[in-house]
Every structure is written in structure tokens, then in C-alpha cells.
Ligand binder design. Structure first.
Ligand SMILES: *[C@@H]1O[C@H](CO)[C@@H](O)[C@H](O)[C@H]1NC(C)=O
Ligand SMILES: *[C@@H]1O[C@H](CO)[C@@H](O)[C@H](O)[C@H]1NC(C)=O
Ligand SMILES: *[C@@H]1O[C@H](CO)[C@@H](O)[C@H](O)[C@H]1NC(C)=O
Length: 506
């Protein structure tokens, strides 16, 4: 009886959880061990003309605003996307360190496990797709709107998280895949200065060919021309229906995502996200913070069905060129042939199996770019860089494709352990606990394995020989496993990517 009364008292006070912010009052929803304040608007956009521009001041309201589920998709109106969710431990020993999770797309993230380790989790939605990343290098369409949204969200966290018993001086920003590339863009930008104290980049880098566009105006122009024959492309893009922009993107002949992060030359200095190409900025970076960065051991497994359909093995027998990252630029046939030969010798010697294709894609689209980013950050930074490989193949995450053995962790598999609300069992539970512990330790201490700890010591990166922590049923430090291939990619990118794009980017 007493137990029952006590329980109802606790539930009803938690249920009443109303917080006062500068915008107005918010009511949270009690969850299992935490309280969620969802759908909080952190910025405004009032007109079609402003849809590609930086958002304005966050709205205010009277009375108590209820939590609400918002879904930001490719074709949402921009104001639908400028919302964040705050998940707060239902305990008393605050102030809590804060993890700000930057969504990569429109996926759902369940924060329960991380919040259970005594941190606040803030999930940030932002403009995505053409609305988030079209750029014409003019004031109406400067580019990078999605990343500028995240900066407004981080300012919101700085100014409001105290009301949620969060610590504004302990903020770690994290993302996965395109979300990781966006977080890396923040690290390279002068306008996000002092808004966070650590970063986590999972399976993505702004160095990846799918994350950054050198030809943003050409891409935006091509999209405009698919919609109208008028000469004023900016006007077409501003006045088109968002659904039409999104559906026409499918018709663009662009590899990977049609629109990514770009240099924005048009904005005045104080609003400019990136003034130069990422490689240049990474070399002279001076505003670094501690970071965790890594990849999954079989990133490319998510491409299995696509690679099967595309009948790549047949094409491969004739010509490799369709496989090369778009950003490699060759002056002549001879240069191209040299690179083909190197790649063929490395990956496809007497072997064009799907397994060989997956290894090639892992390196060409993910791992080699993450590794270059690790080396550059570690060289230019005084702060710790923690490098990992997630290699656990469990029951959660991407399901195995019939006929193709899943040898390691696919792209996004680690999210199934960090952000899942499924009940796991067996070894999966131990791996989940370890992941959550490493990640939340980094948020709390900017060190994933503070001593004393039952975890092995995670060495920081030595730029001359970056080693990494392999995370699976065991957790061990090891040599970077793909050194031979990395050497080849370093040479190829040194010759055929940076130097030439460096000229056109200026
Ligand atoms: C939208 O309108 C509100 C209220 O008038 C204003 O505070 C805000 O700055 C505007 N947003 C933009 C982007 O102009
Ligand atoms: C093109 O359209 C934009 C947006 O409507 C406008 O600001 C700009 O002045 C136009 N440019 C020309 C050359 O007409
Ligand atoms: C082809 O390469 C894959 C990946 O390295 C390997 O697993 C497979 O055994 C190789 N097959 C042959 C026939 O060499």
C-alpha cells in the first residue's frame, strides 16, 4: 500500500514536469527513467524567400507548450525541421553533461540507454536535402542552411540547457554518416566557435566524396533547369514547391547525395560557414577540441543489393571508371590508366567477387577518408583524438542479405546499440553496455576510458602511426588494419584530388 502511494506520488510529480524557458513553459513526458521534452522550436523561417537562408530568432509562446512529435523529411516545410528534443535523466544529481546528436537524415533515435548513463541527450533536426544544402553562392541561397541550423540549435543549448539541469560547459556534439560530416564542418567553421567542448564523428567525414560538393552552383543550376527554362535560377529555386525540388533531384545525374556541404563565398564573413575547402582548413585548424572518430568494419555491406542489381561485376570486367570517386580528376587517359591499374592490383586481381567489391567500396567511400581526417586532426590539434573501429556482428542492426555472409559491422550498425529501443539479448547486451559506457564517458570526461575503469586504456592517436580501438566482444587497441590500401589512396588523393580542386575552389 505504502509502496503504491509512494509510486503514484513520484509519477505524478514527474508527470507535472514543467520547465520555464525564455521562450515559454514546456511540459515534458515521463519515460522509463527520464523525461522527454520534444518538438521544441529553436529558430524560425517565415517565408519562401527565406527557406535557404539562416533561420531567425526562436519563437515564444504563452501558456504551457506540450511535447510534440515532429517529423522532418526531405519534403517537409523548413520550419517543420527547426526543432529539437531534450531528454533528461529523472534523477537529482545534476547538472548533467550534454550530448547533442545531429541527425544525418530523417531517422529516429531512442535515447533511453544513453540518458540512463546520466547525461542529457538533445536530438537536433535541421533542414535536409535540397532545402538544407542547395547553394548558389548568393545571399538568397548561400548554401549550408542545414549546418547553420545546427549552429542555432547549439546556441539554443548554450542559452537554455540550464533550465533542464544541463551543464552548458559540457557539451559534446556527435553525428553519424552525413551527420558526422556536418559535425566536422562545425569544427572547421569560425561561426560555431565556443559552442561545444568535444565531438564524436561516426562513419563519416567531410572529406568523403559524398559529403562535400565543389560544384554546388552547377548542381543547383542543373536542378533549376529541370524545373523551368527561366534564366533566373535562384528565383526558380526559391519559388518552386519543395516536393517538386525533391522529386526532380532524382533526375539529376549526381553521384551519391545530390547536395552536400560547400564553400559559401557569398555570405558576409560573420555568416559564412566555410571559407575554403575542408582539406585546406584541416591543415591549419586551430580551434580543435577533443574528439572520438571511427568506422565500422564492413561499412559497404549496406550496398550489397545495389551492387548486385547494378551488375557491376560485368561492367568491372570492361572498365573500372564508373567506380572511381567523382572527385578524382585526371588530365589524360594515361593518368587514369595508372590509377585503374593500382586499384585493380589492390582489390580485383583475378577476383571480381562481390566480397572484393565490398572491400573496395568500404575503402573508396568511407574508411580511407575517415583515416585521412584522423591523421590531419591529430597532426593539427593539441587535443586528444580517440580512434575506433566497431567490428561486432550481432543480431541488432542491418540484417544479413541472403547468400552474402556479413563479416563485420555494416554502416549504421553501431546505432542499433547506442540508440535502439529494442530489447537485446546474449552477447549483444554486453556490447551495448560497453558502447553506451564509452560514449557517455566521453560526454562526461572527454575521455572514453577514464581510470580507474574496467575498460582497457584507449590510447590517443599518434599522428605518425594512428592506432585504433577495436570494439567487439573484446575491446583491444590495434594497428590500423588497412595500411597498404591507405598508402595507395593517400597517393591517389594527393595527386588527383586536392591539388586540382584547390585551384578551382579559390
Ligand atoms: C520570423 O518572425 C518572427 C516574429 O515576427 C521574428 O522574430 C523572426 O526573426 C522572423 N524570422 C526570420 C528568419 O526573419
Ligand atoms: C533573380 O531572382 C532573385 C530572387 O527572386 C532576385 O533577388 C534577383 O534580383 C533576380 N536576379 C535577376 C538578375 O533578375
Ligand atoms: C576474392 O576476394 C575476397 C575478398 O578479399 C575473398 O574473400 C575471396 O576469397 C577471394 N576469392 C578468390 C577466388 O580469390
Amino acid at each position: 500500500m505504502w509502496k503504491f502511494i509512494l509510486l503514484t506520488v513520484i509519477v505524478s510529480t514527474v508527470g507535472q514536469r514543467v520547465i520555464n524557458t525564455a521562450q515559454g513553459k514546456l511540459r515534458g513526458i515521463p519515460m522509463d527513467g527520464y523525461v522527454s521534452y520534444s518538438g521544441i522550436p529553436y529558430a524560425t523561417i517565415n517565408s519562401s524567400a527565406g527557406r535557404f537562408q539562416k533561420g531567425g530568432v526562436a519563437p515564444t509562446w504563452r501558456g504551457v507548450r506540450e511535447s510534440q512529435q515532429r517529423h522532418c523529411t526531405l519534403s517537409s516545410r523548413p520550419e517543420e525541421c527547426l526543432h529539437l528534443d531534450v531528454h533528461v535523466p529523472a534523477k537529482t544529481n545534476s547538472p548533467w553533461p550534454v550530448l547533442v546528436w545531429v541527425k544525418g537524415g530523417s531517422g529516429q533515435y531512442h535515447p533511453g540507454k544513453l540518458v540512463g548513463n546520466d547525461i542529457i541527450v538533445v536530438i537536433v533536426s535541421h533542414r535536409i536535402g535540397p532545402i538544407g544544402f542547395l547553394g548558389m553562392n548568393n545571399e538568397k541561397i548561400p548554401g549550408n542552411a542545414g549546418v547553420k541550423d545546427v549552429i542555432l540549435a547549439l546556441q539554443w543549448v548554450r542559452d537554455n540547457i540550464v533550465a533542464f539541469k544541463g551543464n552548458p560547459n559540457k557539451v559534446v556534439v556527435a553525428g553519424q554518416s552525413f551527420g558526422a560530416a556536418m559535425v566536422e564542418a562545425l569544427m572547421l567553421s569560425p561561426i560555431s566557435h565556443n559552442l561545444y567542448h568535444g565531438v564524436i564523428l561516426q562513419s563519416g567525414s567531410i572529406m568523403s566524396p559524398w559529403a562535400f560538393n565543389y560544384d554546388i552552383i552547377e548542381r543547383a543550376t542543373a536542378l533549376g533547369k529541370l524545373i523551368s527554362s527561366s534564366d533566373n535560377i535562384s528565383s526558380i529555386l526559391i519559388n518552386s514547391d519543395i516536393g517538386e525540388l525533391v522529386s526532380k533531384c532524382d533526375k539529376l545525374d549526381a553521384p551519391y547525395f545530390p547536395f552536400g556541404i560547400s564553400v559559401d563565398k557569398s555570405s558576409k564573413n560573420e555568416g559564412r560557414l566555410l571559407g575554403d575547402a575542408p582539406f585546406e582548413l584541416l591543415k591549419r585548424k586551430d580551434r580543435s577540441v577533443p574528439m572520438m572518430i571511427g568506422h565500422n568494419s564492413e561499412e559497404a555491406y549496406v550496398f550489397v543489393s545495389m551492387l548486385r542489381q547494378a551488375n557491376v561485376r560485368k561492367k568491372l570486367a570492361k572498365d573500372l571508371s564508373f567506380l572511381l570517386p567523382e572527385e578524382l580528376k585526371f588530365m589524360n587517359e594515361w593518368e587514369l590508366k595508372q590509377v585503374f591499374k593500382q586499384i585493380e592490383d589492390m582489390y580485383f586481381k583475378d577476383n571480381t567477387s562481390l566480397a572484393a567489391m565490398l572491400i573496395y567500396h568500404r575503402d573508396a567511400y568511407f574508411v580511407n577518408h575517415i583515416h585521412r581526417s584522423v591523421s590531419l586532426h591529430a597532426s593539427a590539434s593539441d587535443h586528444s583524438v580517440y580512434y575506433y573501429q566497431f567490428s561486432y556482428t550481432g543480431n541488432a542492426g542491418v540484417k544479413p542479405e541472403p547468400g552474402i555472409v556479413k563479416m563485420g559491422a555494416a554502416h549504421s550498425d553501431e546505432l542499433a546499440y547506442l540508440f535502439s529501443n529494442e530489447v537485446l539479448d546474449g552477447e549483444d547486451v554486453a556490447v551495448q553496455q560497453r558502447m553506451v559506457q564509452l560514449w557517455s564517458n566521453f560526454v562526461k570526461y572527454l575521455n572514453p576510458t577514464p581510470q580507474p575503469s574496467d575498460l582497457p586504456h584507449w590510447e590517443t592517436v599518434n599522428p605518425s602511426n594512428p592506432r585504433l580501438l577495436d570494439i567487439s566482444t573484446e575491446v583491444v587497441m590495434m594497428e590500423y588494419p588497412y595500411r597498404k590500401a591507405q598508402k595507395m589512396w593517400d597517393e591517389i588523393y594527393e595527386k588527383f584530388y586536392y591539388s586540382r580542386n584547390r585551384i578551382t575552389a579559390k
